[in-house]
Write a protein that binds this ligand. Structure first.
Ligand code: GDP
Ligand code: IMO
Ligand code: MG
Length: 430
């Protein structure tokens, strides 16, 4: 049995959607286990683009089961809109191929409002969130006042749960001089859509157990990236969930031994959306070039992504934190035209060299990257499907990178298209 967890090893948008879709030809089940519609996973299949936010990237393939686990925060209206949008592209979505955990927590309109109120009030100290209500929804989950999918079953229960959560939110809203959020309209709106959500709802832990017994292959699809992890990322400039591979177990209801291979998706350079430290950021022409060639605009918010050189120190660190077994290196083709390509191999802080990113944000902002330079290959890698067909300098860059991060590069992606991918080691078979 081989189940694979796919996670981002940088600050998100590494190309997880593309790789999950490509790998899901081999999987039976694809499971989202954390995050919410802050995620934006892009698939390109024969020229048709699908942008997925909450739906697992396996949804577009026939005869696969997609699961939204308990660890995901669900905005029910966003989910219903997304289902309609993807259906309109000819994809079948029904109770036979989509399961939602009854224990998943809901993102409600007052969460989104709280996200916006706080970001607006923070001024320069803002996090640059996606303003989708992710943070406030996870706060309510941990604060034990959240509303879960299963709460939509009973009007009486929903009423009580809303009373509890709004008591908390309205106290804060009053303090910030905002209007009170009214319960009755929200309850009415929720009860209207409840049947559309509840029809997908099941005990996911039980389904996963059954699938494992049937020897089905499960692909766990992470959102965001390890540097956005609430424990291990560049706190406080992070998201509000654990994005590491072990979150796949808690976020879906199976043991950590259900994950047999952790595949870290890694861009051949680095990007970040939102605020926060970024040691290898390039605020020059090369940064602009990477952004233009890589089409680095947020899938969710359309914000311009910040771009920089590959940070080997950071990726080596996230590999260790998350137990990554192999790397899928993406967007190699974006580097095709560069004369020189750099990898960050150490940092300098206060005149001292260090080999990891310190935990304090003040230090993270101070570190200066130390680079090693490589010659560009100046030829087209876009669409290459065989390792042997890569230009020699590209092979050197990949080998050096592999050596530095001490982890095998098990696949290489050379365009947004599903099949423009070089397979070196199959994570389901190793
Ligand atoms: P995710 O959030 O990790 O799923 O990544 P996104 O979908 O937000 O961003 C990755 C972007 O890069 C998308 O537009 C993909 O279509 C695109 N992409 C993925 N792999 C490659 C690749 O190898 N080359 C190029 N040029 N684009 C890629
Ligand atoms: P995928 O799955 C890139 C970033 C936001 C912000 C921070 C907190 O597509 O890789 P949040 O709304 O989560 O409270 O915002 O996290 N962020 C992402 N950046 N890719 C993502 O998802 C992201 N999801 C959140 O930009 O900096
Ligand atoms: Mg994305």
């Amino acid at each position: 049995m081989n189940n694979v967890a796919v996670i981002g090893s940088q600050w998100g948008d590494e190309g997880k959607g593309k790789i999950v879709d490509w790998l899901s030809s081999e999987a039976d089940i694809v499971v989202r286990f954390q995050g919410g519609h802050n995620a934006g996973h892009t698939l390109v299949i024969d020229g048709v683009t699908y942008k997925l936010r909450l739906l697992p990237s396996g949804i577009v393939r026939k005869n696969k089961i997609s699961i939204i686990g308990n660890g995901v925060v669900i905005d029910p209206w966003a989910l219903l809109d997304e289902i309609e949008e993807i259906r309109s592209k000819g994809v079948m979505i029904g109770i036979d191929n989509l399961i939602i955990s009854e224990s998943a927590n809901l993102i409600l309109p007052f969460h989104k409002e709280m996200d916006e109120i706080r970001e607006d009030a923070a001024g320069k100290a803002k996090i640059g969130t996606t303003r989708r209500g992710i943070g406030p929804a996870y706060e309510d989950k941990i604060g034990r006042r959240s509303i879960r999918v299963m709460d939509l079953i009973s009007e009486k229960n929903l009423d009580q749960r809303l009373e509890t959560v709004l008591l908390h939110h309205n106290a804060i809203r009053k303090g910030l001089g905002k209007n009170i959020f009214k319960k009755d309209k929200l309850k009415e709106d929720l009860l209207k859509i409840a049947p559309k959500i509840l029809k997908f709802s099941k005990p996911v832990w039980k389904k996963i157990y059954e699938f494992k017994k049937q020897k089905k292959k499960i692909l766990f699809e992470g959102a965001q990236g390890i540097l956005l992890d609430v424990d291990h990322g560049t706190y406080p400039f992070v998201t509000s969930s654990n994005t590491v591979a072990s979150a796949a177990a808690t976020g879906s209801g199976c043991g950590p031994n259900s994950i047999n291979y952790v595949l870290g998706i890694t861009k051949a350079y680095t990007t970040r959306v939102g605020e926060g430290p970024f040691p290898t950021e390039l605020k020059d022409d090369i940064g602009e070039k990477l952004g233009t060639r890589g089409k680095e605009f947020g899938t969710v918010t359309s914000r311009k992504r910040r771009c920089g050189w590959f940070d080997g120190v950071l990726v080596r660190q996230t590999i260790k934190i998350s137990g990554i077994d192999g790397i899928a290196l993406t967007k190699l083709d974006v580097l095709d035209e560069l004369d020189e390509i750099k990898i960050c191999v150490a940092y300098e802080i206060d005149g001292k060299e260090i080999d990891y990113l310190p935990a304090a944000v003040e230090d993270q902002l101070k570190v200066k990257p130390i680079y090693k330079s490589y010659k560009g290959w100046k030829s087209k890698t876009k669409g290459i499907k065989k390792l042997d067909d890569l230009p020699p300098n590209a092979k050197i860059y990949i080998k050096e990178l592999e050596k530095f991060i001490e982890t095998k590069i098990s696949s290489i992606s050379t365009s947004p298209e599903r099949n423009d991918t070089i397979l070196i080691e199959d994570p389901f078979k190793s």
